[in-house]
Design a protein around this ligand. Structure first.
Ligand code: SAM
Length: 287
């Protein structure tokens, strides 16, 4: 069913999904504050957290808890309040609700009941990490958290092994080493990785390197805080190795027949012979 929803010309019930700071409270937008002040009720992931946030801005408001473990029941209550004509905002603990956070069921129920949804923008950890990552940002895939068990995690990562675009993951610091070990096994050591941590906070840091280099660093240093991992896509990786690969191939071709040179380079770079053969043909064409 086609539906068109105006969120500004609306005097009836409305569900606001409000993004909140991911660390730095100066990133709370005036519009987000205005909306939180204006609504009849704020539903939130953790009432203590949101109370602290509101207290910082000298706001007081009735709060209603909606978290991962009560989302269905709590959503029913919120929907019935919305149907009575109330304006309600939902906030998670940080960043956007629904992004590795609760809110999806509530938003879905709101739409099922023809209640408009309006998003109030704010900070986003994965977007910030991507933009700073120095990796391709024209096409990307946000994955969020990976499975906790290493076996399941590797299986999940296998799906992205040959994915040509940048992928973005959220990870807890205590699982970082084990996750990077899985990155190493699945993506290989030479794939570029940007680790972004403690974004918008005083210990904000970006670590640019390869998966292998950052894995080595973790052997010497424990990285704390909140972390986003941005991994280069497969296609890009081939581009970055291709300059050294091509000069190696040219050297091999000076000493060996094309078939032996192609075989040697395929072995050295652990790539299919067909791919190297294509590079050989391109070189031949250029000459
Ligand atoms: N809703 C949030 C969003 O829009 O990004 C994500 C919430 S999720 C439960 C928490 C994860 O987001 C953290 O484990 C971390 O991976 C990432 N994250 C949140 N804040 C961050 C920050 N300030 N710096 C780096 N990563 C952050």
């Amino acid at each position: 069913m086609l539906e068109r929803v105006s969120t500004f010309q609306n005097n009836g019930p409305i569900l606001y999904l409000v993004a909140t700071p991911i660390g730095n409270l100066k990133e709370m937008s005036p519009r987000a504050l205005e909306i939180l002040n204006d609504v009849d009720l704020i539903a939130c992931e953790d009432t203590r957290n949101t109370r602290r946030l509101l207290h910082h801005f000298n706001y007081q408001k009735e709060l209603f808890s909606l978290h991962a473990h009560n989302e269905k029941e709590a959503s029913k209550v919120i929907i019935s309040l919305l149907k009575e004509g109330k304006k309600i905002a939902y906030v998670s603990d940080a960043g956007y609700p629904l992004i590795s956070d609760p809110g999806r069921f509530l938003a879905q129920e709101a739409r099922k009941n023809q209640i408009p949804i309006a998003v109030i923008n704010g900070p986003s950890a994965f977007l910030m990490a991507l933009i700073a990552s120095n990796l391709a940002s024209d096409r990307f895939f946000f994955h969020g958290f990976l499975p906790v068990k290493s076996g399941d995690r590797r299986k999940e990562l296998e799906k992205f092994k040959d994915f040509p675009y940048t992928t973005i993951y959220y990870e807890a610091p205590h699982r970082l080493k084990s996750t990077l070990n899985d990155f190493l096994k699945v993506f290989g050591a030479s794939r570029r990785l940007t680790l972004a941590r403690e974004l918008t906070k005083v210990h904000e840091e970006y670590i640019y390197g390869t998966i292998g280099e950052i894995f080595e660093l973790l052997k010497e240093e424990e990285l704390k805080g909140e972390i986003v991992l941005v991994v280069e896509g497969k296609e890009k990786e081939q581009n970055t190795i291709s300059s050294s690969l091509l000069s190696d191939l040219e050297n091999e071709l000076e000493n060996y027949s094309p078939s032996v040179a192609v075989k040697n380079i395929a072995k050295k770079y652990q790539l299919p012979r067909g791919d190297i053969y294509k590079e050989y043909l391109k070189l031949k064409e250029k000459k």
